[in-house]
Design a protein around this ligand. Structure first.
Ligand SMILES: [Zn+2]
Length: 84
């Protein structure tokens, strides 16, 4: 049975929801599609383009090993409006 993520471009950048770091799809592939950095499962693999859509300031090519939080402005916006 083929893994659903096998069709990913091996040169593409992927992002891990668990460790919030980016790595190459080829590295995920070598780790049997687990996160090559923290071992988190495939379901936590997000396309880098998805993370960038939320954070336009992030670079097109992420730096390996750098922490890229999904919501870096959350702390700043918490004081503005409470949705609870
Ligand atoms: Zn990870």
């Amino acid at each position: 049975m083929r893994h659903p993520y096998v069709k990913r471009r091996v040169g593409a950048w992927e992002w891990c929801l668990t460790c919030e770091k980016a790595s190459r799809a080829s590295d995920w592939q070598r780790a049997d599609w687990d996160c090559p950095l923290c071992g988190s499962g495939t379901w936590n693999m997000w396309a880098w383009s998805t993370v960038r859509a939320v954070n336009p300031a992030y670079p097109a090519k992420p730096e390996p090993g750098v922490l890229y939080p999904l919501y870096p402005v959350r702390a700043a916006s918490e004081g503005q409006a409470s949705r609870v």
